[in-house]
Design a protein around this ligand. Structure first.
Ligand SMILES: *[C@@H]1O[C@H](CO)[C@@H](O)[C@H](O)[C@H]1NC(C)=O
Ligand SMILES: *[C@@H]1O[C@H](CO)[C@@H](O)[C@H](O)[C@H]1NC(C)=O
Ligand SMILES: *[C@@H]1O[C@H](CO)[C@@H](O)[C@H](O)[C@H]1NC(C)=O
Ligand SMILES: *[C@@H]1O[C@H](CO)[C@@H](O)[C@H](O)[C@H]1NC(C)=O
Ligand SMILES: *[C@@H]1O[C@H](CO)[C@@H](O)[C@H](O)[C@H]1NC(C)=O
Ligand SMILES: *[C@@H]1O[C@H](CO)[C@@H](O)[C@H](O)[C@H]1NC(C)=O
Ligand SMILES: *[C@@H]1O[C@H](CO)[C@@H](O)[C@H](O)[C@H]1NC(C)=O
Length: 328
């Protein structure tokens, strides 16, 4: 697969800047993307992900329209992937289809992939879109099939990582097939890739991926939300390292996006999985994800519990300086 020019430039720039260092930074990854979560009070946070160098080649924002903050970055360098997310009030509603069509036809944005429903097997209370398989099937027929006919690739709905996911998908596919089959010709709704979410440890992730690979053989996979939630920093970093290395190595993993791109003190998955510290700096995981050297900044920047010794000394020194300044 070709690397995008911006990623190559970034990798070269980093390589030459770091040429005296032995430690290589992560290679630019064409699989890696951003789950965009906006920060309205600190809009500078939103720009962190497109600053050079970055490995990110695509993003989604749980909605059908691209972010205005990224409008100057070409689609070919940072691909926007629209998402339908949930069910509109009416089964006949084709506003997702018309929005995507207008992005392509009126705005000239080269949309080649879309995501369908977000955790339809999960309740609203936990961020799911709570859709009956039969409802989802009708909406799919009305919105996704016409996009597929235009050559747009569509992802199977992204269920929760729980045991309700596969049965929901089987029901959905059965309902969908019924809608498009006739008495003498059985047809199936098709999809271009499987989309999964995972919160938990690495072994659980690998086994979850195995179950989905068995259920949908020969399909590529996008992991559009994943993390080890509510664990200490070392366990979280170890999970991050193992899962991203695993995804990079597996051919059937087409894309992945780490959750999440927000500050640690608003995180709903515990502070250590956040890629920004509570004061808005990249944490080590945030920096690694962008292919940069670690920052040594803790998710909770006021604490220095997990710092290796040299950084701890620097942090203590900085705290002493800060105290001295505030006394002056
Ligand atoms: C749109 O993107 C696809 C996939 O990256 C590419 O193959 C195609 O050439 C692009 N089309 C245009 C008109 O840029
Ligand atoms: C449709 O899917 C079902 C279940 O996976 C499968 O048994 C059947 O052969 C498929 N039919 C067609 C026409 O592809
Ligand atoms: C998967 O792909 C391989 C190679 O293209 C093919 O031999 C095999 O039959 C496929 N399996 C299924 C279940 O479609
Ligand atoms: C994660 O990987 C980085 C190198 O990319 C390494 O410095 C760090 O020690 C690793 N952490 C864990 C907990 O495996
Ligand atoms: C947005 O930035 C503010 C600081 O201005 C911070 O308090 C808040 O936690 C941030 N929100 C997110 C979602 O990161
Ligand atoms: C997050 O931390 C920043 C200070 O670093 C603070 O300004 C902000 O109010 C905090 N936000 C929340 C929701 O606690
Ligand atoms: C956040 O705090 C860390 C140290 O606690 C500091 O290195 C970093 O520069 C701060 N970030 C911002 C954006 O102020």
């Amino acid at each position: 697969m070709l690397l995008c020019p911006r990623a190559v430039t970034a990798a070269l720039a980093t390589a030459s800047a770091a040429s005296t260092l032995i430690l290589p930074v992560a290679a630019a990854s064409s699989k890696r993307g951003l789950v965009f979560t906006p920060n309205v009070t600190a809009p500078a946070d939103d720009k962190i992900w497109i600053e050079e160098p970055t490995t990110l080649t695509w993003y989604y924002n749980y909605g059908p329209n691209p972010e205005s903050v990224y409008q100057d970055v070409p689609q070919s360098e940072f691909e926007f992937v629209p998402m339908m997310w949930g069910a509109p009030d009416s089964l006949d509603d084709t506003s997702f289809l018309s929005t995507v069509k207008s992005l392509i036809k009126s705005k000239g944005i080269n949309i080649t992939n879309v995501l369908s429903f977000n955790e339809p097997d999960g309740s609203f209370e936990y961020g799911g879109s709570q859709i009956e398989p039969s409802t989802a099937a009708q909406l799919w027929v009305n919105n996704m099939i016409p996009l597929q006919e235009m050559g747009v690739r569509v992802g199977l709905p992204a269920c929760t990582g729980g045991s309700s996911g596969l049965p929901w998908l089987q029901n959905f596919l059965a309902e969908c097939s019924e809608l498009i089959s006739s008495k003498d010709k059985q047809r199936n709704c098709t999809f271009d890739f499987v989309t999964i979410h995972w919160y938990g440890n690495f072994e659980g992730l690998a086994s979850h991926m195995g179950e989905y690979s068995a259920a949908f053989p020969n399909k590529t996979m996008w992991i559009t939300e994943f993390n080890l939630n509510d664990r200490d920093l070392e366990a979280t970093q170890s999970f991050y390292n193992m899962s991203t290395e695993y995804f990079d190595r597996l051919d059937f993993v087409e894309r992945y996006s780490y959750f999440g791109a927000f500050r640690s003190n608003v995180s709903n998955i515990g502070p250590n999985g956040a890629m920004l510290s509570d004061n808005g700096s990249l944490t080590d995981i945030g920096a690694w994800y962008l292919g940069r050297q670690p920052t040594g900044i803790l998710p909770t920047s006021s604490s220095s519990l997990h710092l290796p010794l040299p950084q701890k000394v620097v942090a203590v020194f900085a705290a002493v300086v800060a105290a001295a300044i505030s006394l002056a």
